[in-house]
Design a protein around this ligand. Structure first.
Ligand code: PEP
Length: 257
């Protein structure tokens, strides 16, 4: 982390878990465990139907609500889709785009991820843009080449002012939900590489200001070491974000001064 130049963010990704009736008890427990003074912003990205309840419950403990996906279209005949305007309307401040589960199960490609990021920016929502390699790509030594391609494609046509509101999440696919975390060295190397890619496109200052998160089996035990890396500015957390105590421990791990 480098709090002098950029925000530290701990963002949960609930995926297709939790019910509206579970939010109150979850948030009560979270509130009890979260530090009042924090070294990071705390976000919970949830299924869109839960955002209004989460937004209400999260207000008094400074937890922002976010979406997990968005339509690239503004409005109209797109049954089942949810627009950026609708997310903003119910209080979403952030939204994940390009999660590997969307890429894998819904065939999302880099162009679509780029269009979704732009749709969010147009409505004042910060996109959390996910990138990351497969195990096969890592074993073939293609990690940085592939991730650099994804970052460039996702940011295509996004200017430096808009970049300030973008968050990148490096999530190696082989580490998501598997209990296999990237080592701090592996995660730092790729996050540093992502910053270098951004520096080439936008210059040193914008690159220095972008928050780059690590995601992939981050938990209460390994968070401190990962977050100590200079180019890892927080975490995108799946499984552990469903456990208020563990999630709070990760938030506390950002306080390393
Ligand atoms: C994720 O889904 O973004 C994620 C990182 O999941 P987990 O923490 O469970 O690996």
């Amino acid at each position: 982390m480098n709090r002098k130049y950029r925000k530290t963010i701990i963002a949960g990704n609930w995926k297709m878990n939790m019910l509206a009736s579970e939010i109150k008890p979850f948030m009560e427990q979270l509130k009890e465990n979260l530090p009042k003074v924090r070294a990071c912003d705390v976000v919970l990205c949830t299924p869109a139907v839960l955002i209004p309840a989460l937004g209400r419950a999260g207000k008094d403990c400074m937890v922002a609500a976010g979406g997990e996906d968005v339509s690239c279209f503004d409005k109209g005949a797109y049954t089942g889709e949810i627009s950026a305007a609708q997310l903003a309307d119910v209080g979403a401040k952030y939204c994940i785009v390009g999660h590997s589960e969307r890429r894998q199960y819904h065939g999302e490609d880099d162009m679509l991820v780029n269009a979704k990021a732009k749709a969010l920016l147009a409505k004042g929502i910060c996109p959390i843009i996910c990138v990351g390699e497969s195990l096969e790509q890592r074993e073939m030594d293609l990690t940085m080449e592939y991730v650099a391609f994804q970052v460039k494609a996702a940011l295509s046509g996004i200017d430096a002012a808009q970049l300030r509101r973008c968050v990148i999440a490096y999530e190696p696919i082989w580490a998501i939900g598997t209990g296999k975390t990237a080592t701090a060295e592996q995660a730092q190397e790729v996050c540093e590489g992502i910053r270098a890619v951004i520096r080439k496109i936008y210059g040193a200052r914008p690159a220095r200001a972008v928050s780059i998160l690590y995601g992939g089996s981050m938990n209460a035990k390994n968070a401190e070491e990962l977050l100590a890396c200079p180019d890892i500015d927080g975490g995108l957390i799946g499984g552990a974000s469903l456990k208020p105590v563990d999630f709070s421990v990760i938030v506390k791990a950002t306080d390393q001064d």
